[in-house]
Ligand binder design. Structure first.
Ligand code: AMP
Ligand code: ZN
Length: 470
């Protein structure tokens, strides 16, 4: 019955337009999402990107497609800035291990667990396969060998570089010309690449490096990009439907993945590339390095359950920037409570294919099928919440049906939270950011300000906890 499945349109970064999704195998959509680098806690910016992958996953299943979803765990320390052009600089995984007095694999296990807990708190459904980079070193070595055989890679003292000039399609995703990528790269004194635009597939391990594996070129470790080529090809095959990630992964990570996978196989591998926009704070990208991060664990301290953030993420289209503010979270919280109140009717079986439900359902399905237009989908949910042509039973049935995509626990009765006094949420948010930036003087000052308006704050391993004094 696959020909009766609704048509889905997705914006493809490769062609720069929305296109009808034509799965390679009708009825089944294969998806790969670049997962977390597990040497640090994920922040809600990272999680916005995983929410976008989850939305695609849920939407396709809602519309009747079968989905095979692979999301990897990057547990071999990739170094954002050195991927393309440097062998210098500390490996973040190893640095974290040293700082925290643990082994790299303990670090990876700890932050993997933390990441998956955060995902669960946001109702992100588990992927079918979550491969670890460290379990695929053999595949990465084979792929690298194949690229050397195909004349696309070369060795310099135990390090293998991809020869970007030998792959004519380089730049197709990001729209960058090889010359431009060169200009963007730092000049590395010790770099022995033939061309600054080339990037490492496999890196020679210097003597102090902990994470190292034997290879035909001596002890070394993989480059970050080859990890995703190896894991996606292994778990989804030589051709798959959709690849997702945050917008900053378009270049160099995904451009290099195309060069590797297609350079090795000689044909197109991924049909649709999708990229989610950033979560920002005060219009700056949320990033650990910028010191403006908020974690899922911080949300209760800001007066919100984690699903309020999920609601917030749904209020913006995944290809638009979204600014995290106290006001936006409050609006999200009210919106979520409104939908839960509307869904609190009795549970009685209803046939959603009957009028008038079918009409609302079609509208909701059309919205999500149209490049995951969640603002429209949420608007339909709110229409259902107040529609005069629906009974409470029908309203609940429809909202619970939509919740298969929205993932907002709409069946849960709305909570009556102790209200925070005016201005407290903003102070708590600033304090969470100060703590993330390890600015303890600022965080202490903010604690005093909060105390002055009757909010006592305690710091716990799961973030700030508040007690409102009456
Ligand atoms: P990382 O663990 O640093 O590799 O990042 C994991 C994912 O989060 C990647 O897909 C990034 O593109 C994405 N990401 C990083 N910062 C943000 C942000 N501020 N907003 C949305 N996505 C982000
Ligand atoms: Zn990746």
């Amino acid at each position: 019955m696959t020909d009766s499945l609704p048509q889905v349109r997705l914006h493809n970064s490769l062609t720069r337009r929305a296109e009808p999704l034509e799965p390679i195998e009708p009825g089944l959509v294969t998806i790969y999402t670049c997962g977390s680098t597990v040497y640090k806690y994920a922040h809600i910016g990272n999680l916005r990107t995983y929410l976008f992958g989850d939305l695609l996953h849920r939407t396709l299943e809602y519309l009747g497609y079968e989905v095979r979803y692979v999301k990897n765990i990057t547990d071999v320390g990739h170094m954002r800035n050195d991927d393309h052009d440097s062998l210098a600089g500390a490996d973040k995984m190893e640095l974290a291990a040293e700082t925290e007095g643990k082994s790299p694999s303990e670090i990876a296990d700890f932050y993997t667990r933390a990441w998956l807990e955060d995902e669960a708190r946001l109702n992100i459904l588990p992927a079918d396969v979550m491969p670890k980079a460290s379990d695929h070193i053999g595949e990465m070595i084979s792929l690298t060998e194949r690229l050397i055989e195909n004349g696309l890679a070369y060795e310099v003292d135990g390090t293998i570089y991809y020869d970007v000039s030998a792959f004519p399609g380089y730049g197709q995703l990001s729209g960058q010309k090889v010359e431009e990528t060169r200009e963007g790269h730092r000049v590395e004194v010790e770099s022995d690449k033939r061309d600054p635009a080339d990037f490492a597939l496999w890196k020679h391990a210097h003597e102090h490096r902990l994470m190292r594996w034997p290879s035909p070129w001596g002890d070394g470790f993989p480059g970050w990009h080859i990890e995703c080529s190896a894991m996606s090809l292994k778990h989804l095959g030589e051709r798959f439907d959709v690849h997702t990630g945050g917008i900053d992964l378009k270049f160099p990570h995904h451009e290099d993945e195309i060069a590797q996978s297609e350079g090795a196989l000689g044909h197109r591998v991924v049909n649709v590339w999708m990229h989610g926009e950033f979560l920002t704070m005060a219009d700056a990208k949320m990033a650990k390095s910028a010191g403006n991060i908020i974690r899922v664990a911080d949300l209760p301290g800001l007066g919100h359950e984690p699903l309020v953030f999920r609601y917030l993420a749904l209020t913006a289209h995944y290809r638009s920037k979204l600014d995290f503010t106290a006001d936006a979270m409050h609006a999200a919280s009210s919106g979520l409570a409104r939908l839960r109140r509307a869904a609190s009717g009795p549970d009685t079986a209803v046939d959603l294919a009957e009028a008038p439900m079918a009409r609302y359902r079609a509208r909701f399905a059309d919205a999500v099928a149209d490049d995951l237009a969640t603002p429209k989908a949420l608007a339909t949910a709110h229409e259902v919440a107040s529609a005069s042509d629906l009974t409470d039973v029908q309203r609940r049935a429809l909202l619970l049906d939509f919740d298969r995509v929205l993932g907002l626990d709409l069946g849960v009765p709305p909570q009556v939270a102790a209200p925070l006094p005016e201005g407290a949420a903003e102070l708590l948010e600033r304090r969470a950011a100060a703590r993330a930036a390890r600015d303890y003087a600022a965080s202490d000052a903010l604690r005093d300000e909060l105390a002055a308006i009757g909010v006592e704050v305690r710091d716990s391993p799961s973030g700030q906890e508040t007690l409102v004094k009456r």
